[in-house]
Design a protein around this ligand. Structure first.
Ligand SMILES: [Zn+2]
Length: 59
């Protein structure tokens, strides 16, 4: 039986700390998932380092 193994995560801007993006990844491939990535932040209006924070799937 296949259970949902998707891990949801939110990307927070390292500058303004706002959550800018939500994505999910396969938890079994956790090692391949980066924890920091450069994304465009609409608040800062520039590319900043975004840090991933895992979030549980909401009820
Ligand atoms: Zn920002």
């Amino acid at each position: 039986m296949a259970k949902g193994k998707s891990q949801y995560c939110t990307w927070f801007c390292g500058d303004c700390k706002r959550a800018n993006d939500i994505s999910y990844y396969d938890k079994r491939r956790n090692d391949e998932v980066v924890k920091e990535v450069s994304k465009f932040c609409p608040q800062c209006r520039k590319h900043t380092v975004h840090k991933r924070k895992d979030t549980k799937k909401g009820n």
